[in-house]
Design a protein around this ligand. Structure first.
Ligand SMILES: *Cc1c(COP(=O)(O)O)cnc(C)c1O
Length: 404
């Protein structure tokens, strides 16, 4: 923490927050690979188990490396406390299950990450009711809230079409109706957007993506107020067990050190690629919040530092069947012709990745749902990395030319 009146800036927090040096005075963050911790005597063991003495007991309940990562991420998000989890999905599961019981109701964005939609399907089996609304329609969110609603849940921007939710406006609705608002901040990361500062109660992360940033490990995290995190969420995670491993926490803590510069560079590359894509023959539409042509560009400027690093574009021609085989073949040809961009499921990596959402991330959703979501066969998503932008443009340029 800063020792002047002025709090540390984001990049300083990302590099310096949450360091507790051991007796060896190591400069780099230490890694504590230990499933449990030793007590001086039986009385100390009893005091730790009873919660009368602070200290680590067993790594499912707490580990110094995991705690250091949690403290650093909480500081970056402007939250009081954080619990890290084994994956983004376990962070989302723990958030929803810790706040609800059978008979409760959740309102969620229709545009959520595919596995999150499937998770809500599983939770419905346990008596948790879910209503889906279009994420940019604040009136729809308000109308969907019922007396038994406990949580509003969304991502902004959405994947792959980069639709935004006005977090400040929705937070005002949540406050007025006494429900919690949770935002999956995976796509922007705290380097570009801090939902808690805009009134959200909880931030959820897949740390697998930009927080790692180099495609190495899975992880997740939930950040929020001390009372919710320590009294409600932490006991849930400790008991159900989707704890983050110390090794992964160490990798993710190192990932946070470079988060700010990676997000700046990857956003600049994304803007360059999106601007170039807009001028390409055969590209009918580009989805990128950093472009003035994005329908929510003004909102993006108001709540994000940049447009982010995800760019989607469409190949469909006027009058063409947007859900037909021919368009799918053309989109696949573009993906297959790229040599630099990787065809892979991860995103947030410094290596640029390219995907065809209709046949991958949204493949299981079914044709009806894809149509409703606007994920057509000509849509291609690029998670822009940190390579030289001219090389990315050359790669995609060659691919577009070959598929024309
Ligand atoms: C990847 C992702 C998740 C799930 O995270 P995992 O770490 O893969 O479990 C959740 N939300 C969003 C927006 C994601 O992109």
């Amino acid at each position: 923490m800063s020792d002047t009146d002025r709090p540390w800036g984001l990049d300083t927090l990302a590099i310096r927050e949450g360091i507790a040096r051991t007796q060896y005075n190591e400069h780099n963050e230490p890694l504590f690979l230990s499933s449990s911790f030793v007590f001086d005597n039986a009385a100390q063991a009893a005091a730790r188990f009873a919660g009368d003495e602070d200290g680590f007991i067993y790594s499912r309940a707490g580990n110094p490396t995991v705690a250091a990562f949690q403290n650093r991420l909480a500081a970056l998000e402007g939250g009081e406390a954080c619990v890290a989890t084994a994956s983004g999905m376990s962070a989302i599961m723990a958030t929803v299950m810790s706040l609800t019981r059978a008979g409760d109701h959740v309102v969620a964005a229709f545009e959520l990450f595919g596995a999150t939609l499937q998770l809500f399907g599983i939770l419905q089996r346990f008596g948790i009711e879910v209503t889906f609304v279009r994420q940019d329609d604040i009136d729809a969110w308000r109308a969907a809230i019922r007396p038994n609603t406990k949580l509003l849940y969304l991502e902004t921007p959405s994947n792959p079409l980069t639709t935004l939710t006005d977090v400040r406006a929705l937070a005002a609705v949540a406050r007025e109706r006494g429900v919690m608002l949770a935002v999956d901040n995976c796509f922007c990361s705290p380097a570009l957007q801090t939902p808690l500062a805009m009134g959200a109660d909880i931030v959820v992360h897949s740390a697998t993506k930009y927080i790692d940033g180099q495609g190495r490990v899975l992880g997740g995290a939930v950040v929020g107020g001390r009372k919710y995190i320590e009294e409600t969420l932490a006991p849930f995670v400790r008991t159900t067990g989707p704890t983050l491993s110390a090794f992964n926490a160490w990798v993710l803590q190192k990932g946070l050190e470079t988060l700010g510069m990676r997000m700046q560079r990857q956003s600049a590359n994304a803007l360059a690629l999106a601007t170039w894509l807009q001028a390409q023959p055969g590209v009918s539409r580009v989805h990128y919040p950093g472009l003035p042509s994005h329908p929510q560009h003004a909102l993006a400027l108001a709540q994000q530092k940049t447009g982010g690093a995800i760019v989607s574009f469409e190949l469909g021609r006027d009058g063409e069947d947007l859900y037909g085989e021919a368009l799918r073949r053309r989109a696949w040809a573009v993906v297959d012709t790229c040599r630099l961009m990787s065809i892979t499921a991860n995103l947030g990596d410094v290596k640029t990745t390219i995907t065809h959402p209709a046949s991958t991330t949204h493949g299981r959703a079914g044709a009806e749902a894809r149509r409703a979501a606007g994920v057509n066969e000509g849509l291609i998503r690029i998670a822009v990395g940190a390579e030289d932008p001219a090389d990315l443009i050359d790669d995609l340029g060659r691919a577009l030319a070959s598929a024309r």
